[in-house]
Design a protein around this ligand. Structure first.
Ligand code: NAD
Length: 352
């Protein structure tokens, strides 16, 4: 067996249908009394219902969370924290809202409760991506990891199917790369396989019956596992490519992950065949990249970067940026290979 280091996450996870009703107790258990509820403008109404559940432990809502966690919005939220005398945050929403809660905690060290409504997984990582003047920086710190996560699958029943599919593949990408992470350990690999298995089973069921609570529960369970491994082991080529495409070309986060995943896994498959074997087994094939592509097509995910806003003329620059700074990947990364991979993903080809 390979030597390994293992450290469990200190975060407390509450999981179950209706679990959002525990939010006031969760705030009290943290020793807090005045929670500011965070959301995007689109989820402002639902955030009010969370504030209502908090009763006198809510000081209000701040519904201006947005993509890429811009520092200007964080500063407005910090002002709202000061004005309201809040002593903790309750972030209700997807990765963008979680990002705002993390940005506040990074600066004030206030405890965070997150109630996720997508499968992005940010709620269980100590990582914050934020942007200032169009530049994205990623920071990692213990204060960024939320103290409590409340997973309530009832809150995901209305997640539109297209978002469900791309967000689910975003989660699966964390687990797929965790399988071959250099610093993987037996627990991270167990969680990754179980997360992949849960989502591979649940996502097709949800496309058929979006309000199926049992499939929604399985998908959220998978998302928790996939997010947890994202927070504990290092990512490689797939996440690097998505970071470049999102950061430099402003492509949408979950869709980009959905499109790149089969290509990145096919690219690495020869170098880490044994590590990726569980993916092939889950889909009952021998080629994990092709299996992920077929799966994405089956559940109606986007498959071409040209359909989500990337111009063909950008491929050279994307390949250049994605290979400019060396990072660990199980297979050597060259600009020519990455240009080829991105071109295939741009056209929407099945990976080779
Ligand atoms: P998002 O949070 O940007 O949400 C997209 C839109 O969907 C928003 O308008 C949101 O309000 C809405 N929405 C969310 N849940 C909904 C629901 N149940 N029903 C209807 N609408 C809903 O998207 P995301 O994919 O969850 O998060 C992406 C962001 O998270 C990116 O900025 C990414 O960088 C970040 N992220 C960070 C980490 C990390 O570890 N730091 C991990 C994963 C993602």
């Amino acid at each position: 067996m390979r030597p390994f280091n293992y450290q469990g996450s200190p975060a407390k996870i509450l999981f179950g249908a209706g679990m959002r009703k525990q939010v006031a107790q969760a705030v009290a258990d943290l020793g807090c009394r005045r929670a500011l509820v965070l959301s995007t403008p689109q989820q402002a109404k639902d955030a009010e219902t969370i504030a209502a559940l908090l009763g006198e432990r809510a000081v209000g809502t701040f519904a201006q969370a947005t993509m890429h966690t811009p520092v200007e919005i964080t500063e407005l939220a910090l002002q709202a924290m000061r004005d309201s005398g809040a002593d903790c945050t309750v972030a209700f929403g997807g990765g963008s809202t979680t990002g705002l809660g993390k940005a506040i905690a990074y600066r004030l060290d206030t405890p965070q409760i997150v109630i996720p409504t997508t499968y992005a997984g940010s709620e269980v990582t100590p990582i914050l991506g934020q942007t200032q003047a169009g530049r994205k920086e990623t920071v990692r710190a213990a204060s960024i990891l939320p103290e409590v996560v409340i997973y309530d699958p009832e809150l995901t029943l209305g997640l539109p199917v297209p978002m469900t599919v791309t967000s689910g593949l975003n989660a699966m990408a964390h687990a797929a790369e965790a399988l071959y992470a250099r610093d993987r350990n037996p627990i991270s690999s167990l969680m990754a396989v179980e997360g992949l298995r849960a989502l591979a089973e649940a996502l097709p069921q949800i496309t058929e019956a979006p309000r199926d609570l049992s499939a929604r529960s399985a998908a959220l369970y998978g998302a928790w596992l996939c997010g947890t491994v994202l927070g504990t082991v290092g990512m490689s080529l797939h996440h690097k490519l998505c970071h470049v495409l999102g950061g430099t070309f402003d492509l949408p986060h979950a869709e980009t992950h959905a499109i790149i995943l089969p290509h990145a896994i096919a690219f690495n498959a020869g170098a880490v065949a044994a590590e990726l074997q569980p993916i092939a087994e889950i889909f009952g094939t021998t080629a994990p990249g092709a299996a992920l592509h077929d799966f994405a097509v089956r559940i109606g995910a986007p498959t071409a970067l040209k359909d989500i806003g990337l111009q063909e003329a950008d491929l050279d620059r994307a390949a250049e940026i994605a290979t400019a700074n060396p990072y660990w990947n199980p297979r050597e990364v060259t600009r020519t290979d990455i240009r080829q991979l991105l071109a295939a993903a741009w056209r929407g080809d099945a990976p080779t």
